[in-house]
Design a protein around this ligand. Structure first.
Ligand code: PLP
Length: 391
């Protein structure tokens, strides 16, 4: 048996969907991503069915294509926004300000003002300077404070340290928010993207509960909302539980701490809604060995870390890679096309590609709809940004 994992497309797409994507892709010049919006619709419906008590705020950063924003707007989603530019994008497709949360804790004063002038009244914060600025530029708005969470070891793409503050500081900020005339509305957290340990939500919800209780007892502040962020899984090589298992467990954690009187619950899925819907198609540019006796082949492809695959950094996200060749799998290093030695996607993980793989063959990077198009550099080594098509 091969030591390498062979990829069965059926584990990721039904045969009709994959055939449609292949057919659509067949005459187009690589590299590009094809996104099947039917899958996004289904993923959104799954999210709503599994979390009927929650309001979904799509994390626009995962993929801000207007086809996706329009679809999710029509389905009733709200939007988690990271910048004034994303606000422009969602408003351009007709999303109203009452469906927007400014979720970035790092923001310029002029942007806070612009959000407020355009009607947004829901802001995240995790520091005193930011909170005071919100009070000045967006008076009376609802604010939620982001707390730090554990779980970075079990998330494939951790978001710890940079965002959020310790519970004690969150407590002080929410009390200060009231003093500043803001509406201390709730708490947020993000347990890390592609979080495989569902227990990470348990610990975070426990911390939230302490804050709810202390603020009510000490300051008469009744918080109304928990924003549980993203972190829900997409279907990469490393398997995760199904979304239904996440939902069941998280419901249980919420009930343990909050009983039947749940506050408003917000979810901000990005990856879990979009990734499965996209296939990135690239072409093999060169196959070589470093010596006549070297055991591993180097497979260079026309997409790389700088054209959409930055989440392969430290081999964090392991995309399933499919080829039409059927030869025995053989160890290889997979690298991108630029003259930068950081542009190597996989070197340590046992990726095997068929021994008969040839220059010009296509590689299909499955589950690549999220965090690919927007991460792509605009002109590194002259290469244009990654193209995207929507079915
Ligand atoms: C504030 C916030 N919410 C939601 C998300 C989306 O997370 P995911 O893609 O894991 O669903 C992110 C991702 O960076 C985020 O920063």
């Amino acid at each position: 048996m091969s030591q390498f994992q062979s990829i069965d497309v059926a584990d990721f797409y039904d045969s009709e969907t994959f055939a449609r994507i292949q057919e659509f892709a067949k005459d187009k010049a690589t590299p590009f991503v094809v996104i099947d919006t039917n899958i996004i619709a289904k993923q959104y419906d799954d999210m709503v069915t599994n979390f009927p008590f929650a309001n979904v705020y799509y994390a626009v950063k995962a993929n801000p294509a207007k086809e996706i924003l329009t679809l999710l707007k029509d389905k009733g989603s709200n939007f988690d926004i990271a910048s004034i530019y994303e606000l422009d994008m969602v408003m351009a497709v007709g999303v109203t300000a009452d469906r927007v949360s400014f979720g970035n804790t790092i923001k310029k004063r002029k942007d806070v003002r612009a959000f407020y002038e355009r009607g947004v009244r829901l802001f995240a914060s995790d520091s005193e300077a930011d909170l005071r600025m919100i009070a000045e530029e967006a008076p009376g708005s609802k604010v939620y404070v982001r707390i730090l969470t554990e779980g970075s070891q079990t998330a494939d793409w951790p978001l710890s340290r940079k965002f959020g503050c310790q519970n004690e500081m969150a407590y002080e900020l929410l009390a200060l928010a009231k003093e500043l005339g803001l509406d201390p509305y709730g708490i947020s957290f993000h347990v890390g993207s592609q979080q495989r340990d569902i227990g990470a939500w348990d610990a975070a919800i426990g911390k939230v509960k302490v804050l709810f209780d202390r603020l009510r007892e000490d300051h008469g502040i009744v918080l109304k909302m928990i924003n549980m962020g993203g972190g829900f899984p997409a279907n990469y090589i490393d398997k995760t539980n199904q979304l239904g298992v996440y939902a069941q467990q998280i419901k249980h954690f919420l009930k343990e701490d909050f009983g039947d009187e749940l506050p408003e619950i917000i979810l901000e899925p990005g990856r879990s809604l979009i990734s499965n819907a996209g296939v990135l198609i690239s072409e093999v540019v060169l196959i070589s060995r470093k010596s006549h006796t070297a055991l591993e082949r180097w497979v260079y492809t026309d997409v790389g870390k700088f054209s959409g695959l930055i989440e392969t950094m430290d081999e964090a996200i392991k995309y399933p890679i499919f080829t039409e060749k059927k030869g025995e799998l053989d160890k290889c290093v997979i690298a991108g096309p630029t003259c930068d030695s950081a542009d190597i996607m996989y070197e340590h993980y046992a990726y095997g590609l068929p021994a008969d793989l040839a220059i010009g063959d296509r590689l299909y990077w499955l589950t690549a709809g999220a965090y690919t198009t927007t991460y792509s550099a605009v002109c590194f080594n002259g290469f244009p940004p990654l193209k995207d098509y929507y079915l």
